[in-house]
Design a protein around this ligand. Sequence first.
Ligand SMILES: Cc1cc2nc3c(=O)[nH]c(=O)nc-3n(C[C@H](O)[C@H](O)[C@H](O)COP(=O)(O)OP(=O)(O)OC[C@H]3O[C@@H](n4cnc5c(N)ncnc54)[C@H](O)[C@@H]3O)c2cc1C
Length: 217
Amino acid sequence: MSETFASNERTRVVREPHRGVYDRESINKILDEGFVCHVGFTVDGQPFVIPTIYARVGDAIYFHGSAASRVLRGASAGIAVCVTVTLVDGLVLARSVFNHSMNYRSVVALGKAALVDAPAEKFEALRAFTEKVLPGRWNDARQPNEKELKATSILRLPLTEVSAKMRTGPVEDDVEDYALRVWAGIVPLRLAADAPVGDARCDARIAVPPYVAQWRR
Ligand SMILES: Cc1cc2nc3c(=O)[nH]c(=O)nc-3n(C[C@H](O)[C@H](O)[C@H](O)COP(=O)(O)OP(=O)(O)OC[C@H]3O[C@@H](n4cnc5c(N)ncnc54)[C@H](O)[C@@H]3O)c2cc1C
């Protein structure tokens, strides 16, 4: 497996091309850190972009097919999708409004997503979703039964045409604006977990498991 995705005319970052990233390790890191992907697809000329949970397993991403699967029924070859994952790392407050920006890492993956039929692959995808939500959860919670597996549609997108784009670093102002008496800088942003809140119907004698209590982002 190549360490880098070959860019083509569909995946080449055009604007600020120096921010384009194609190496597999960086792309996998973004995909593994993100919680939500946006799945874009077209139905009768109408584009839909649906947010949903996903997980990367090896060289594919799996996502819940509740939205796109209605289109997929009967389309065994799969449907064309564009899947995007975005992590926002900071607000970039420049001296000029024009140069305001965000620090970010994002991935765009193009390809054909197909419904997963094999129960074992479905099971593995659900495990990956659950472990992504919180590592350790899969072995603690009740695992899906046959009926639940049947009721869940899961789509698989092989990672073949993929790009990432990243903005990191400081404010970039126009030379003459550095003399302005305006505060400029970065406000770092991150996703953080607050203290867990037990379910009202949870037996109070069941302690918060360590993998929940100790989980940090
Ligand atoms: C949080 C956030 C804020 C942004 N704010 C702005 C903004 O204010 N103005 C602005 O112009 N751009 C912004 N961008 C960048 C934006 O996503 C696009 O990259 C840009 O608008 C168009 O780039 P392009 O012309 O190079 O790509 P396009 O010609 O639109 O796309 C060509 C190919 O490049 C790749 N590509 C393009 N963008 C991305 C991406 N973000 N991640 C991974 N692959 C990508 C894809 O494979 C795509 O098919 C922002 C991105 C993020 C994540």
